[in-house]
Structures are given as structure tokens and as C-alpha cells.
Design a protein around this ligand. Sequence first.
Ligand code: GLN
Length: 264
Amino acid sequence: MELKIGWLYPNLMSTYGDRGNVICLQRRCQWRGIEVSIIRLDRQADPCQFDRVDLIVGGGAQDRQQEIVMRDLKGAKADNFKNKIESGTPGVFTCGSPQLLGKYYEPALGKRIEGLGLLDFYSKHPGIDANRYIGNLVFELTASKITQELSATLDRQPIVVGFENHGGRTYLGKVEPLGRVIKGYGNNGKDGTEGAFYCNAIATYSHGPLLPKNPFIADWLIKTALQQKYQTTISLTKLDDSLASVARDAMFQRLELASLRKTS
Ligand code: GLN
């Protein structure tokens, strides 16, 4: 079996170690003998490259980089990307990249950046004097499809640990939130929602990078991509995630969320 991972604009959208999500997916495939290749979906990429991928990863970015990305992610590239997501291709999008999947992002300075309108939300930076939402982030997954599938595998409510650093605030329309904030700000520091979930696409404010700290999400993405590609039920061999468990428990301890310890 083989997987092609599409990496959205690696040089423009990889803040706060988000490239770690690509490395994590790559390793967890290789450790299971699944062939994996990385396809850069960037300004040099031909629109048909978007059709070739089985899983898509997008990272965080500064406002300026987001503006540059959207000057390129339009026309056939935008259409092919949207069709992939709506046909069920799984993806994980962190902070700056999901802001571009929504209707628009209004940065602190400069003009509104029109988004792809794929996810029903918009994002707004309240201005350079407003405080950025920075710090450790903990939330429980609530989006029905991924939560049901993971709760069945994990035999408990999936809790996500990460780190956020964003000026933009996101306001959801009809799209399902990814989760409910336990610690931190999440989408807008007000309504308790974190991220969004659409088809098999995960949108989150959680850097970290997200996947090494929450390997069960990496496995959900790999399994979903293989099932989508080979149209058959896939069961992945279990990997030794004891290091990730120790790291998670240390975070729960530090954040005085000891009750969540051992939930990994
Ligand atoms: N530039 C966006 C904001 O400030 C996204 C930041 C990020 O990707 N970390 O909200």
C-alpha cells in the first residue's frame, strides 16, 4: 500500500513546527511498511498535482504569507483542492491554512483575504493592539464522525493537547466544531469551540505540532486515507506511543488537568 501526502505551500505555511505533522505521518506509515511520498502543493505545482494526493497537510502562517498563498491558490488549483476535500480526501489544517479554507480572513493590517469558502466560517484579527491568543491548548473532540471512530478505537473520549498562537478569531456558521475547549482560547476565546470538521478535513488552531502529541489523530488520517484510496476496511498495526503518552501526561500535570492523565 502507498500514500501520497500533499503538503500545502511548505515554504509559506509552516510556522511553529507544523512540518512535524508531515514527518509524523511519514514515519508512522514507514514504520508500518506503507510506502509514502510527499507532493509539494505550492506555487510551482501544476493544478493536477492536487488530484494525485491521498491526504493533505497545511500549516500555520503569518498574515503576509497567507496573502501570498491566496494569490496563487485560485482557479483550477482552488477547484481541484475543493473537489478533493469534498470527495472525502482527509486533511489536517492548522491555524493560518484553515483560515484560508473559510469565507475570508481579515488580518490585523491590510485588506481582507478572500478564502476558498469551503468551510462555513470567517476569521477576523481585531487589530494590532489586540492580544494574540498564545499558550497551551487542550480540547475534547466533539465532531461526530471522527469522535465516534476514535472513541471506538481508544475506548474513551479523545482529548487533544497542543499549543496555539494566533491573532485571528474564527466564528463558525453551520460547520461542525472540531472540539470543545478545556484549556486555552480555541476559535475565539468566547464560544468554547475549537476548530472545525468538514467531510474528512480537520481544521484546528492547535500547533505543537499537533500529530506527534496526539498520535491517534495521525492514525485516523492514515487509516481514513487508505480506506478512501483502496475502498476497503483497514486496520493499522499498533505502534509504541509510550513517549507521546508520557509527554501528554506531563502536560496534563502542568496544566492542572490531572484528571485527564492516563487518557492517552
Ligand atoms: N496569521 C494568522 C493569525 O494570526 C495565523 C497564525 C498562525 O498560523 N499561527 O491568526
